[in-house]
Design a protein around this ligand. Structure first.
Ligand SMILES: [Fe+2]
Length: 222
C-alpha cells in the first residue's frame, strides 16, 4: 500500500475504517436487541439500528462529497470490541446483569465511534470539506445522544435491578443476615442462642431423614 502522506489521504483511510465499523455495528445490534431482557433497552437497540442505517447512508454521501468511492476497510478495533462484548454476554444469563453487560459493551462502541467521528469532522473542516464536516457532525451528535440514553437506562433501570440480584449460593446466607438485622440480633447473640438451644431436635429429625429427602429439602430451600 502506498504511504499515506497527506491529511486528505488519512481522512479517506479513516472514513473507510468507520464505514466498515458501522456495518459491523449494524450486524451486531439485532443480536443485542434479542439478548436484552428489558423492553426499554431492546427498543433503544432497535432504534439505534435504524439510526445506523441512516449513518451509513450519510457516510456514503461524505465519500461522494470528497470524490471517493465508498469502500470499507476492516475495522479491527470495532471487531475486537464486538467480539469481547459477545464473549461477556455468553457468560451471563439473561436478566438485568446481562443487560448491564450489553450497555457496557454498547457504550464502548459508542465512544469508539464518537472518537472516530470527532476526528473526522475536525479533519474534514480543516481541509475545507464543510458539507462533509456537517454530515459527520450530525452522526457524532446522534452517537452522543445514544450514549446518553444508554447511561439513562443503566442508571434508572438496569443497574438498580442488577445490583439487587443475589447470587444463588448467597441467597440462604443473605436471608439469615436480613432476618437477624430485622430482629436486631447480632452475631454474638446468635452464637449464644445457638449454644442455649442445641440442635438436638434438629439433629434427631435429620437422622430420620433419608439422604434423598434431605436433598429434596435442600432443593426446597432455594
Ligand atoms: Fe454509528
Amino acid at each position: 500500500m502506498a504511504k499515506i502522506d497527506t491529511l486528505e489521504r488519512l481522512m479517506v483511510e479513516e472514513l473507510r475504517d468507520v464505514l466498515d465499523a458501522e456495518k459491523q455495528v449494524l450486524r451486531s445490534l439485532p443480536k443485542m436487541a434479542k439478548a436484552a431482557a428489558g423492553g426499554e433497552l431492546r427498543t433503544l437497540f432497535e432504534e439505534h439500528r435504524q439510526q445506523t442505517t441512516g449513518q451509513l447512508e450519510r457516510l456514503k454521501r461524505v465519500f461522494g462529497l470528497i470524490g471517493e468511492a465508498p469502500r470499507g476497510k476492516k475495522c479491527k478495533g470495532m471487531q475486537a470490541l464486538i467480539e469481547e462484548g459477545q464473549e461477556m454476554m455468553a457468560e451471563v444469563e439473561a436478566g438485568p446483569v446481562r443487560d448491564a453487560v450489553l450497555i457496557a459493551s454498547a457504550q464502548k462502541v459508542e465512544h469508539y465511534e464518537m472518537t472516530a467521528y470527532g476526528t473526522l469532522r475536525a479533519w474534514a473542516a480543516r481541509l475545507g470539506h464543510e458539507e462533509a464536516a456537517g454530515l459527520l457532525e450530525q452522526t457524532l451528535e446522534q452517537e452522543k445522544v445514544t450514549d446518553g440514553r444508554l447511561t439513562g437506562v443503566a442508571e434508572s433501570l438496569v443497574n438498580p435491578e442488577a445490583a439487587s440480584q443475589v447470587a444463588e449460593e448467597e441467597q440462604p446466607r443473605r436471608r439469615v443476615r436480613r432476618a437477624s438485622r430485622a430482629g436486631g440480633v447480632g452475631a454474638r447473640a446468635r452464637k449464644a442462642a445457638g449454644r442455649k438451644m442445641p440442635g438436638r431436635k434438629t439433629a434427631s429429625r435429620k437422622k430420620k431423614m433419608s439422604s434423598g429427602s434431605r436433598a429434596a429439602s435442600r432443593r426446597g430451600n432455594r
